[in-house]
Design a protein around this ligand. Structure first.
Ligand code: ATP
Length: 271
């Protein structure tokens, strides 16, 4: 893990961005999330074009570490695209650029918003936060725990941010946690002391509860047992059936084969 967790807020990269290529935007709730399914349009949910990234290692005298170059692919409504390639190929870095956690050095990352494509690369923090709330969900590898906030509230939070009332949001959060076999006695507790697999299930529930049409998954089943892996596979199929697009990293080949429509081999883009 190289980056701060991405469940809330922006990293300094995104927060310090000053340029925005975004066109005038509708309000949250309009467009795809509020009405027209993306499957009724020809617009992909995600269009990545000529994306490039290098890291500058300040502790190594400013050494530049090129990671990926000329990354291009799309994610359409109703499909799950897996990023493939060996460890260190740049899969997580691509996911983090799409989510606005890593700055984009070259190229473009566009996400569907009200039938148009909106640029994420260089987007100002307010736009990025709105896109995260309404358009781009993310299941990171590890849960970022918030002190004193119960598992139920952690999971319900994305629905509350969409304007769903507290009672409904908590009921849906509980239903999802039950489906993921998290014992009810844990729901009222902050997840800080949960096991790795329990935390990951809270994380998965939080990622899947929202209605964003594009969902990014960074190894969502890494710490799960077979029964809970199967639940996550079902949840992914349900999102696809609803017309969502998913972009994921799945080290577990069985999970990848069960959910992915295509694999984009990231070694093609090595810098
Ligand atoms: N924040 C960072 N600072 C410096 N180097 C980084 C940073 N994030 C990633 N890297 C480097 O970029 C390269 C790609 O890393 P990345 O995590 O994207 O690969 P990956 O394909 O997801 O690997 P894995 O499958 O092991 O998770 C690695 O060489 C890594 O060391």
């Amino acid at each position: 893990m190289h980056a701060p967790d991405a469940q809330s807020g922006l990293t300094s990269n995104a927060a310090s961005a000053t340029r925005t290529d975004a066109r005038p935007l509708p309000l949250a709730g309009e467009g795809w999330g509020g009405g027209t399914p993306a499957s009724l349009t020809d617009t992909p949910l995600l269009a990545v074009e000529n994306l490039g990234k290098s890291f500058t290692l300040h502790l190594q005298g400013g050494l530049s570490l090129p990671v990926v170059a000329a990354v291009s692919f799309t994610v359409e409504a109703g499909e799950c695209v897996a990023l493939g390639g060996p460890s260190g190929a740049g899969k997580s870095s691509i996911l983090k650029m799409v989510y606005g956690n890593y700055r984009v050095d070259q190229g473009s990352v566009q996400v569907a918003d009200a039938g148009a494509l909106v640029e994420v690369a260089g987007a100002d923090p307010r736009l990025m936060l709105r896109l995260r709330r309404a358009r781009i969900g993310y299941v990171s590898q590890f849960l970022r725990v918030i002190p004193r906030v119960s598992a139920l509230d952690v999971v319900a939070a994305p629905l509350r941010a969409e304007g769903v009332d507290a009672e409904t949001a908590k009921a849906r959060a509980g239903a999802l946690l039950a489906r993921l076999n998290l014992p009810e006695r844990l729901w009222g507790l902050p997840p800080a002391t949960f096991s790795g697999g329990e935390q990951q299930r809270v994380n998965v529930a939080r990622g899947f509860i929202g209605s964003q049409p594009l969902l990014l998954l960074d190894e969502p089943t890494a710490s799960l047992d077979a029964a809970n892996r199967a639940v996550v596979i079902d949840l992914i199929h349900e999102k696809k059936a609803q017309g969502c697009g998913l972009l994921g990293i799945f080290h577990d080949a069985e999970t990848r084969d069960a959910v992915a429509d295509r694999v984009v081999d990231v070694t093609r883009f090595s810098a």
